[in-house]
Design a protein around this ligand. Structure first.
Ligand code: AHG
Ligand code: MN
Ligand code: MN
Length: 342
């Protein structure tokens, strides 16, 4: 029997791990991704590698704790929210590849190069409440082509539906740093190999199982949900003695990146439904840099990404920080949930 703790680094299978797996750029060329989009993706990833390093330094990296500021959405900004945002902004705006960027942490879009072919929306740090407890956090990004007839810095440039994304992805700063990305030819998993400093393809064409017995929702909001979601969740919790006749498990990471990553790995339903907690704000998650990129990744992996009214990626955005209801994950389970709204 092999001792699984006795890693023999002389073993060619382990020492050559990097050689066996495809690097990012050749993997993207195989999917016929245009060269300037590959360059933009590499620029984004340069920023995430820097964030990954700083996150791994924890208290030693001087990025913990809160700032004294709030973002435009009234949320207290953590140091790392600000640091990650500045890193992204600087590196993207200097690159010449982007006409403008839009970030959770910026009130308005920021102009880049007038000749830039793309625009990027991003959540520099998703799961901010996990920063100070050394738990899962990530970065989410969404890329569209830049409209030629608008000036850089015009927020209207970003009012394009999720259907028009040319690339979407997230980087998860977990026990390993992972990139999950799609350019419309399937959803692929990559891992940051710290020995050579690049991302290596570890799983091509991830598929979300169509059925599941796992759900993710913030149960503390239960009394604020609408009746259909109350009824759906009540039936899940009733387990094998209820109408679903099977037991369900619940998970909530409080970072959409972590929850969606679990759904991509082993299936599940993830929802942040409409609630009446703050009547002026019925939804929590943001369309441009949370819901749309995750919707693209899930649909490319055979999953569904909906609101109770229709497909997330069909929504024509009205503003860059628009919030939206989210019901996404394993196909059959999302359809089951939506049937309660009919
Ligand atoms: P962010 O940290 O970028 O503000 O996003 C947090 C979001 C999302 O990642 C997560 O699923 C959700 O907020 C958690 O909400 P609760 O605090 O209600 O659990
Ligand atoms: Mn977020
Ligand atoms: Mn964030």
């Amino acid at each position: 029997m092999t001792d699984r703790f006795n890693l023999n680094l002389a073993n060619p299978l382990l020492s050559n791990l990097g050689n066996l797996m495809q690097r990012l750029a050749p993997a993207l060329r195989q999917d016929n991704v245009p060269l300037d989009l590959i360059s933009l993706i590499k620029t984004i990833l340069a920023a995430t590698k820097e964030i990954s390093f700083r996150v791994s330094q924890g208290h030693l990296g001087d990025v913990m704790g809160s700032t004294l500021d709030e973002n435009i959405q009234g949320e207290v900004q953590k140091q790392l929210d600000v640091v990650a945002n500045e890193l992204f902004k600087d590196i993207l705006l200097e690159s010449g590849f982007v006409k403008a960027i839009s970030s959770e942490e910026e009130d308005h879009s920021v102009a880049g190069d007038e000749n830039g072919k793309y625009i990027v929306s991003f959540d520099p740090l998703d799961g901010s409440s996990n920063i100070d407890i050394n738990s899962l956090i990530g970065t989410i990004f969404s890329i569209h082509e830049a409209p030629k007839d608008m000036a850089a810095g015009d927020d209207d440039m970003f009012k394009q539906s999720g259907n028009k994304q040319v690339c979407a992805g997230y980087v998860l700063y977990g026990p390993s740093t992972m990139l999950v990305m799609t350019t419309g030819s399937g959803t692929h998993f990559y891992v940051l190999d710290r020995t050579h400093g690049g991302f290596l393809l570890v799983e091509r064409n991830v598929q979300v199982p169509v059925d599941t017995n796992e759900f993710a929702i913030n149960m503390s909001n239960q009394r604020f949900w609408q009746a259909p979601m109350q009824n759906y969740i009540a039936d899940l919790i009733a387990g094998d003695t209820g109408p679903r006749e099977k037991n369900f498990n619940m998970r909530w990471i409080a970072a959409m990146v972590g929850d969606i990553h679990r759904v991509l790995c082993r299936g599940g339903i993830f929802t942040y439904p409409a609630d009446s907690k703050k009547p002026e704000q019925p939804y929590k998650l943001r369309l441009m840099y949370e819901a749309n990129p995750m919707a693209f990744l899930l649909e490319q992996a055979g999953g569904l990404a909906m609101t109770s009214q229709g497909r997330i990626m069909d929504i024509e955005p009205e503003s860059i920080h628009q919030r939206v209801e989210v019901i996404m994950g394993s196909k059959n389970e999302v359809e089951k949930c939506l049937s309660y709204y009919k």
